[in-house]
Design a protein around this ligand. Structure first.
Ligand SMILES: [Zn+2]
Length: 294
């Protein structure tokens, strides 16, 4: 069964977006099932020394970067801002009417990144989110199964066609994709998923991995999918935004179509049900850069 296979596949994946694994499941490696990202009260995000923003009236980007990492962070940020889409998204959050987006660098999970600490106001609007970048986010390529865009860069770096800062900026774009997606997710649905995913996982582990169990079918209906479906949908939205960044970043590079064709092949192999969101971005390249993605 596809879902069971996906659960098994998940066991093989390095936790690129490590907030996607709840602390409880981390403590039980055999129960390494997807969970939803931690809630704003979750303690698995590294502690920031800066205080949380208090009920902001207008949004901004707070960059909480340790002195040790300021030079590398600026390089990654400059790379992100070298594209039209990177500048547009940065400006959107820098002058956002409500949302305070905190960006910081953590010691843990050096090659990964995560987004969490979400807060909503009483109108149900997202007012806070935190992106945590690994201190070596310019290295390391996550699995092609759930990260078809970031993974596709690997051969181009080994051929010295791109540098690590492009990889880092692509990871930043992936996390921005998470923020944008969660901005459009009702708080009630997010809270429901945080609450029900552990319940689902517990039953799944005790019923012989039977996803047809009526209890699991009902839980999946309530929260809009089983834990893998919820998790992969979020990751593929992150990847779609990463692709949007790369569309601009490599538009004038000779290997442009090679990169996009590699993404296309991986999406067709592992993410067929999500192909449309990637195809739309590929089609938006403009006539002069149209590759074979149709
Ligand atoms: Zn992610």
């Amino acid at each position: 069964m596809k879902t069971t296979r996906e659960f098994s596949l998940f066991l093989l994946l390095a936790p690129f977006c490590w907030l996607a694994i709840s602390p409880q499941l981390n403590a039980r490696p055999l129960a390494n099932l997807p969970s939803v990202e931690a809630s704003s009260s979750d303690s698995s995000l590294p502690n920031s020394k800066s205080p949380e923003p208090a009920a902001p009236e207008s949004g901004s980007i707070r960059e909480v970067i340790d002195d040790r990492y300021k030079v590398r962070y600026q390089t990654w940020k400059n790379e992100f801002l070298s594209t039209d889409i990177g500048r547009a998204q940065w400006e959107m959050y820098a002058h956002h009417p409500r949302l305070v987006l905190t960006i910081t660098i953590a010691e843990t999970n050096p090659n990964g990144a995560a987004t969490g600490r979400y807060k909503w106001n009483s109108n149900g609007e997202l007012i806070a989110a935190t992106i945590v970048l690994g201190r070596q986010v310019d290295q390391g390529y996550p699995s092609s199964v759930y990260y078809p865009v970031m993974n596709a860069l690997e051969p181009f770096e080994s051929k010295q066609l791109i540098g690590g800062s492009v990889l880092a900026a692509t990871k930043i774009a992936h996390e921005f994709g998470h923020v944008m997606k969660i901005s459009g997710t009702p708080e009630s649905l997010y809270r429901l998923q945080v609450q029900l995913v552990p319940v689902y996982n517990k039953i799944f582990l005790s019923n012989g991995y039977n996803t047809s169990d009526p209890r699991l079918v009902e839980l999946a209906q309530k929260m809009g999918g089983n834990p893998v479906e919820i998790w992969e949908d979020r990751e593929y939205w992150g990847e779609a935004n990463a692709m949007l960044f790369l569309r601009d970043r490599v538009a004038k590079e000779r290997f442009h179509c090679k990169l996009f064709n590699k993404i296309k092949r991986t999406v067709e192999e592992y993410a067929k049900g999500y192909e449309e969101r990637f195809a739309e971005i590929a089609k938006s390249q403009g006539a002069s850069y149209s590759c074979s993605w149709r």
